[in-house]
Ligand binder design. Structure first.
Ligand code: NAG
Ligand code: NAG
Ligand code: NAG
Length: 419
């Protein structure tokens, strides 16, 4: 009898150890896979936990700890923290030798914390208002050559090829611009979703895009972009779809501290350059010279008003003037924005204003020739057609009429204007 029990007992223990072995092996395999896959995150785990708690040391400690621990297995959360910490260090390095305005240019800022949103500061914010093919990509890149700048490139890209002149688009546009300047990406779902299939929403924002290329999963995550945006001391923005009378609201609001430039171009140069873009002809806001020049008149009227009302925060630049002397105009622009005319900016200008190397949307071009291509590229009938609906806009902005075919080829189209 006892023998039987022993036999059964052995059978049971054999079975047990078999299953035990299987279980142990599976467990080992599982841990191996887990470690291999996530080992790079494990080593970064401690750092973000520490930095997250250090940032807001007193307020709502329990809540923070709850956030940290409820996120302990959330890889997205740790990837975000890792990138933010790395970028914070990059910004500190970029800003080591920075010349703060310290009261110059009407700006009383003497250290970086005063400019950083996550530390309760307010970044220095600059805007370029322009329209398609007016050299705004070049000017936007000149401003973005400044260290530690967060570049809001074309915030209204998802509106399509339209001009924002009034209701109902104006309110949506202004709300989006506020959300961007305040780094509130949870309010910008359309913009982020559009960006997933139109990478140029972000790819002019150099620092953001560099992180996006190696961290694709978090690039369009609103938590990530919000946190990332809030660590930058400088923000710039360029817009080609917003007319000045709408943009005026941004200057009226002192809380943003914006400085705004209107960038203007000869309508004949605009129309010639737009003719070669396939996205333009089907939209009258882009291709109809009468509309384009009506916008230029409206911008002129707003500019006269803003120049008086906000002499320190509003300025006009003509693309042609800038192209003839990019260095002097860029220096001037930097002083207006209150930004340090940094070595990075000088070397950007040296490499981007001398020869005609790049493609159509490139700023690698001979800046002295680019604004005047239209004189040979358009025939005189085309020029007359534009001039017939643009003479008022041209007179206001200081562009002379081409009188005939031969005159068009060699006259100087720019003259003086005053606001
Ligand atoms: C993980 O963290 C990210 C970023 O904080 C958040 O958007 C996401 O909802 C979290 N996921 C889970 C499952 O908690
Ligand atoms: C600039 O800021 C400093 C410290 O915040 C203050 O003492 C000084 O009065 C300010 N100067 C001007 C001109 O506002
Ligand atoms: C073109 O216009 C210029 C300037 O008015 C004038 O001097 C010239 O004679 C004109 N040429 C022709 C071919 O009409």
């Amino acid at each position: 009898m006892p023998q039987k029990y022993v036999i059964i007992g052995t059978k049971i223990s054999k079975k047990l150890s078999f299953y035990g072995l299987v279980g142990l092996t599976s467990l080992c395999i599982f841990f191996l896979l887990f470690n291999q896959r996530y080992s790079n995150y494990v080593e970064h785990r401690l750092q973000p936990v520490i930095s997250e708690v250090k940032l807001k040391p007193r307020s709502g400690k329990n809540e923070e700890l709850f956030t940290v621990f409820s996120n302990i297995n959330n890889l997205t959360y740790f990837e975000i923290q890792e990138v933010i910490d790395q970028q914070r260090r990059n910004i500190e390095i970029d800003m080591e030798e920075y010349q703060y305005p310290n009261g110059k240019f009407g700006i009383n800022v003497s250290n970086m914390n005063e400019l950083i949103m996550e530390k309760g500061g307010r970044p220095m914010r600059s805007i370029i208002i322009s329209s398609w093919r007016s050299g705004s990509t070049f000017v936007g890149d000149v401003v973005n050559a400044h260290p530690a700048n967060f570049y809001h490139y074309e915030p209204l890209l998802d509106f399509g090829i339209v001009q924002v002149r009034g209701a109902p688009l104006a309110q949506v546009a202004i709300n989006n611009i506020y959300a961007l300047f305040n780094c509130e990406y949870h309010k910008l779902n359309n913009y982020l979703n559009f960006g997933k299939t139109h990478p140029w929403v972000f790819n002019h924002n150099t620092h953001l895009w560099r992180q996006c290329t190696s961290h694709k999963k978090i690039c369009w995550n609103p938590d990530f972009v919000t946190k990332f945006c809030r660590i930058f001391p400088f923000q710039s923005m360029k817009l080609v779809r917003l007319r000045l009378k709408i943009a005026e609201a941004l200057l009226e609001d002192k809380s943003l501290g914006i400085r705004m430039v209107l960038l203007v171009r000869d309508p004949r140069g605009l129309m010639q350059s737009r003719k070669h873009r396939d996205w333009c002809p089907s939209s009258p806001d882009c291709s109809d010279p009468a509309r384009v020049c009506a916008d230029m008149i409206s911008d002129y009227e707003s500019a006269v008003r803003l120049k008086k009302k906000f002499p320190r925060h509003f300025k006009v630049i003509r693309y042609e003037d800038l192209s003839l002397d990019p260095f002097a105009h860029a220096k001037n622009l930097y002083e207006f924005y209150g930004l340090d005319f940094h070595e990075n900016v000088k070397s950007f200008l040296d490499t981007h204003t001398k020869s005609d190397l790049g493609g159509v949307s490139s700023t690698f071009r001979n800046s002295k020739a680019a604004p005047f291509h239209w004189r040979t590229d358009l025939d005189h009938e085309e020029v007359e057609e534009i001039q017939s609906v643009c003479s008022t806009a041209m007179r206001l902005w200081g562009y002379s009429l081409a009188l005939n075919e031969t005159h068009q080829k060699d006259f100087n189209p720019i003259t003086n204007y005053s606001l």
